[in-house]
Design a protein around this ligand. Structure first.
Ligand SMILES: *[C@@H]1O[C@H](CO)[C@@H](O)[C@H](O)[C@H]1NC(C)=O
Ligand SMILES: *[C@@H]1O[C@H](CO)[C@@H](O)[C@H](O)[C@H]1NC(C)=O
Length: 339
């Protein structure tokens, strides 16, 4: 386990960007990654040897994990901030900054949906799409789009030739404030390109971590208002609930993941476990070498920018997901999809 950690801690972080990464820089425990470092193929072989290719659904195990998550996190009621779980006069405590609270004023309250957008769950099948380079040339688009509910991370590109690998359908997409800062000038200047770009996701839920770090709030509200002001169509912004994120971090800590922050990828996989009867993961392979062809992989399927410079305990997160795959709880797709 410690060897695994040492080897993997140096690898590129490829799963979804953290919802919180933009603000984690101040923490001295964050470790700079070496993006040039690739894992030895022998090590990949070992990991793959423990990956069961003939996946078999295990209903009993699924039930166990769903009820564990349900009782400790309750995504259906709590994953996003609603008027039910956050009434006027209550305080929202930031999950990554427990000293910071936000009082729910009538004005803030009016931005929250009346009820949970997940009330109709569980859906039959969910595809959670990570942004790893392994998704490039995977031809998984059709298979992803065949899921009842599709979850994507951090405003990924789905056009310009990516459709074949990514599909187009989107029901929920997360937006890391760091992309709003970098790509859209924190929405302090012109906002049209943001509003236009985001039409790509149709009427999906746009999940903004407004109450994780204190510097997330203003930019998330600007994203909310931009959509409200300029667009009758397009995604519906919601705020992820810091109470849910905290309970999720506690849950995974109990399962041995000792990270500063969970990655968005494992957050969305956990959400899907509660919301869906069948969970499929694509684009989750946080290593610089393709699992089968052993070709070097880019960091994301769409670029080679380092995901971020911090460690989300990717090794133990990936191990946890691999473990769920081998237990027949989630189906982790690593290779090409055959249509
Ligand atoms: C919310 O926080 C404020 C400031 O710390 C405190 O005065 C108030 O009592 C809290 N309200 C509730 C409902 O906890
Ligand atoms: C995908 O396939 C194209 C065409 O065969 C190739 O040029 C490209 O390098 C491949 N991309 C990856 C990430 O493997």
């Amino acid at each position: 386990m410690s060897l695994l950690f040492l080897v993997l801690a140096h690898l590129q972080v490829i799963l979804c960007l953290s919802l919180h990464s933009d603000a984690a820089a101040s923490n001295p425990r964050n470790v700079k990654q070496n993006p040039a470092k690739r894992m030895k193929s022998g090590f990949i072989d070992k990991l793959l040897a423990s990956y069961s290719t003939s996946w078999k659904k295990e209903k009993q195990n699924i039930q166990t994990y769903r009820s564990l998550l349900g009782s400790s996190c309750d995504a259906i009621s709590n994953a996003v901030v609603t008027q039910v779980n956050s009434p006027v006069g209550t305080n929202i405590t930031y999950d990554a900054d427990q000293k910071k609270i936000m009082e729910v004023t009538p004005a803030l309250f009016s931005l929250f949906p009346k009820e949970s957008p997940f009330k109709k769950a569980p859906w039959d099948s969910c595809a959670v799409v990570g942004n790893g380079g392994v998704l490039a040339n995977s031809s998984c688009g059709k298979q992803i789009d065949s899921a009842t509910y599709v979850i994507r991370c951090n405003l990924p590109p789905l056009n310009n030739g990516h459709e074949r690998d990514t599909g187009r359908k989107t029901h929920l997409v997360t937006a890391n404030p760091s992309i709003l800062f970098q790509k859209y000038s924190a929405l302090n200047e012109r906002r049209r390109s943001f509003v236009e770009d985001i039409q790509l996701y149709g009427d999906a839920l746009l999940m903004l971590p407004a109450f994780s770090y204190r510097q997330n709030t203003a930019v998330s509200l600007r994203a909310f208002y931009s959509l409200e002001d300029f667009s009758k169509t397009g995604p519906r912004p919601v705020f992820s609930n810091p109470r849910y994120l905290k309970s999720l971090a506690d849950f995974w800590r109990g399962q041995g993941i000792r990270s500063l922050r969970l990655s968005t990828g494992i957050m969305m996989a956990s959400l899907a476990l509660e919301l869906c009867k069948n969970v499929h993961l694509y684009g989750f392979w946080p290593f610089g070498t393709h699992p089968y062809t052993h070709q070097p992989l880019t960091n994301h399927y769409f670029d080679n920018r380092p995901a971020n410079n911090r460690v989300h305990a990717m090794p133990s997160e990936f191990e946890a997901l691999l473990n769920l795959h081998n237990k027949g709880v989630i189906h982790l797709h690593l290779g090409e999809c055959t249509n």
